[in-house]
Design a protein around this ligand. Structure first.
Ligand SMILES: NC(=O)c1ccc[n+]([C@@H]2O[C@H](COP(=O)([O-])OP(=O)(O)OC[C@H]3O[C@@H](n4cnc5c(N)ncnc54)[C@H](OP(=O)(O)O)[C@@H]3O)[C@@H](O)[C@H]2O)c1
Length: 229
C-alpha cells in the first residue's frame, strides 16, 4: 500500500489541480496549500488542506501542519505561479517583486520548511513548475517573467545539488503554453493546440516515480515549433 505524502501548491486549478488529481488516483496522500482552503473541492475531503499564500510567507506553518497530520513528506510540488507580461525595462519593481515572491522565494521557503522530512524519506522529490521561459527569452514582453523563471530553474538545480546525498532529487518542468487560466489570459493561441495540463501532470508523476539513479533535472516541453529548447 502506497503511503507517500506530497505537498502541492497551486492545487486550486490549472496544472496543480491536474497534478493533485493524478497523484490522488495513484494512491498518494496529499497536502494542498490553498489561499482559500474553505473552498477546497470535495474530492480533497480525505486529504490534508492548509492555508497558504505566498505573499503571507506561511510555508513553514503549512509544512509543519502536513508533517503533524501525516508524519512524513516525500515530495514537494510547486505549481503556484503568477505572470506579468512586461519587458524588463517597463516592469515596475513591485510587479517584479510579486513574481519573484510567488515563483521563486516562496517555493524556496516551502522546500526549506520540508527539507528534513524530505531527507528522512531517502527518496525525497522536489518538482518545480518552472517554464520554457526559464530556458529562453522568447520576446521582449516575456522578459520580466523569464527573469523569475530562469531563477526558478536555478533554484531547482540548487536544490538538486544540496539534496543529492540525502536522496533528494529535483526536477524543473519547463512548458511553453499550457491550457489553463494563465495562458488564456495572455495569448490567443488556440487552447486545444496547447500542451494540456493533464499531460504536464504525467510529466510530474514521471519525475516522482523514477528512482534516485535516474534523476531528470529538467523536462522541457512545447506545443509549438521552437528554434531550440
Ligand atoms: N499555463 C501556462 O502556459 C504555463 C506555462 C509554463 C509554466 N507555467 C507555470 O506553471 C505553474 C502553474 O500555472 P497554471 O497555468 O496552472 O496557472 P493558473 O491556472 O493561473 O493557476 C495558478 C495557481 O497558482 C495559485 N497562486 C497564485 N498566486 C498565489 C499566491 N500568492 N499564493 C498561493 N497560491 C497562488 C493559484 O491559486 P488561486 O486559485 O487561489 O488564485 C492557482 O492555484 C505556474 O508556476 C506557471 O508560471 C504555466
Amino acid at each position: 500500500m502506497m503511503d507517500k505524502v506530497a505537498l502541492i501548491s497551486g492545487g486550486s486549478r490549472g496544472i496543480g489541480a491536474e497534478v493533485a488529481g493524478l497523484l490522488a488516483d495513484a494512491g498518494w496522500r496529499l497536502s494542498l496549500g490553498l489561499r482559500r482552503p474553505e473552498e477546497a473541492d470535495a474530492r480533497w475531503r480525505d486529504h490534508h488542506v492548509a492555508p497558504f499564500d505566498a505573499f503571507e510567507a506561511n510555508e513553514a506553518a503549512w509544512a509543519e501542519a502536513a508533517l503533524a497530520h501525516y508524519g512524513r513528506i516525500d515530495a514537494v510540488i510547486c505549481c503556484a505561479g503568477i505572470i506579468e507580461v512586461q519587458d524588463v525595462i517597463s516592469v515596475s519593481d513591485d510587479a517584479l517583486d510579486a513574481m519573484l515572491e510567488v515563483n521563486v522565494k516562496s517555493p524556496r521557503r516551502l522546500v526549506r520548511a520540508s527539507w528534513d522530512a524530505l531527507g528522512m524519506s531517502g527518496t525525497g522529490r522536489v518538482v518545480m513548475l518552472a517554464s520554457l521561459s526559464g530556458k529562453r527569452v522568447a520576446s521582449a514582453a516575456s522578459g520580466a517573467y523569464s527573469m523569475t523563471k530562469f531563477s526558478a530553474v536555478a533554484l531547482t538545480h540548487g536544490i538538486r545539488q544540496a539534496g543529492w546525498d540525502k536522496g533528494v532529487r529535483a526536477t524543473a518542468i519547463c512548458p511553453s503554453y499550457v491550457n489553463t487560466d494563465m495562458a488564456e489570459a495572455i495569448t490567443d493561441f488556440p487552447a486545444g493546440e496547447m500542451t494540456q495540463p493533464g499531460d504536464v501532470a504525467r510529466m510530474v508523476k514521471l519525475a516522482l516515480d523514477l528512482p534516485n539513479t535516474a534523476s531528470v533535472a529538467e523536462m522541457a516541453v512545447t506545443c509549438q515549433r521552437e528554434a531550440s529548447y
